[in-house]
Design a protein around this ligand. Structure first.
Ligand code: NDP
Length: 285
């Protein structure tokens, strides 16, 4: 039976480290600040924003929330980002995606100052990740790496398969595994022989967005399986991309949903905001 990797406890540990470092910064008169911008009334986005605000309070950050109506214009949103870029109390800016239809998300991301882009979505930060010279790592993939390390999984030299190639999860995930010296394969909807490729994986990462997509016959016995997916089953219950019950019997370790990767994303956001505050005050990371 696989070891369950407890994302809640690992995220609590990361947040506690951030809280202790924040206390030290406060002695120097520095309070890390995060601005979270929510446009529209998507309930899932509202939950994410609430969780982010709660985490800010836990670690001792200053935080501001901007809840804007779905009718907000591109110009109004860009003006807000510009104001936050210049606000010295704010070290990190996060615009919750997805934005309502009609708003240009790419333009908004590009308008965020790269030093305050704690999601690491700005092209300049994406380029830095590609090169391997980065300040911030994208939160979800960075959380996955942290979970693997905590579980004692060696990445170097291992076959790593990432299912999904989105800009926020799949691609940066593959890049971080490569930086850790994994041998990485990225799969997507046009991939042929997906099952065979997945069965080669020592580390299998699912970021598809489909319930029970990864079945037991796709998993190599003893593999580490990380489930990034967040889906709802027919009863509205949260579930991941992996058929957890069946795969748990084969894998060496596995993340549950909920309680796996999800809490790590927020913990890594706190870590990035702390790094942003240090960089903006000329302190070493
Ligand atoms: P996207 O929809 O942007 O990407 C999904 C990827 O899955 C695409 O690259 C797509 O391929 C691939 N895919 C779809 N169908 C198949 C298939 N049949 N075979 C192989 N690959 C397939 O989703 P995201 O990357 O944004 O998110 C993925 C999941 O992770 C979602 O459930 C999301 O909710 C969750 N998530 C969780 C987070 C967390 O904190 N735990 C944070 C962010 C996301 P193609 O490119 O060819 O279309």
């Amino acid at each position: 039976m696989a070891e369950r990797i407890d994302g809640k406890s690992v995220s609590a540990k990361v947040k506690e480290e951030v809280r202790l470092e924040t206390e030290k910064l406060k002695e120097q008169g520095i309070v890390p600040g995060l601005a979270v911008v929510l446009v529209g009334d998507d309930p899932a986005s509202r939950t994410y924003v609430n969780n982010k605000k709660k985490a800010c309070a836990q670690v001792g950050f200053y935080s501001e929330e901007y809840a804007l109506p779905a009718t907000t214009s591109q110009e109004e949103l860009m003006d807000l980002v510009d104001r936050l870029n210049h606000d010295p109390k704010i070290n990190g800016i996060l615009v919750q995606s997805p934005l309502p239809k009609g708003l240009d998300e790419e333009a908004v991301v590009e308008a965020i100052s790269p030093e305050k882009d704690v999601d690491a979505f700005h092209p300049s930060n994406v380029g830095r990740i590609m090169i391997g010279n980065f300040h911030f790592l994208p939160c979800t993939p960075a959380g996955v790496i942290e979970l693997l390390k905590t579980a004692g999984v060696t990445i170097a030299g291992k076959n790593c398969v990432v299912i999904g190639r989105s800009n926020i999860v799949g691609k940066p995930m593959a890049m971080l595994l490569l930086h850790e010296n994994g041998t990485v394969t990225i799969c997507h909807s046009k991939t042929q022989n997906l099952k065979e490729i997945c069965r080669q994986a020592d580390i299998l990462i699912a970021a598809v967005g489909r319930k029970h997509f990864v079945t037991a016959d796709m998993v190599k016995p003893g593999a580490a399986v990380i489930d990034v997916g967040i889906n709802r089953d027919e009863n509205g219950k949260l579930c991941g991309d992996v058929d957890f019950e069946a795969v748990e019997k084969i894998a060496s370790c596995i993340t549950p949903v909920p309680g796996g990767v999800g809490p790590m994303t927020i913990a890594m956001l706190m870590k990035n905001t702390l790094s942003a505050a240090k960089i903006q005050h000329g302190l070493p990371l």
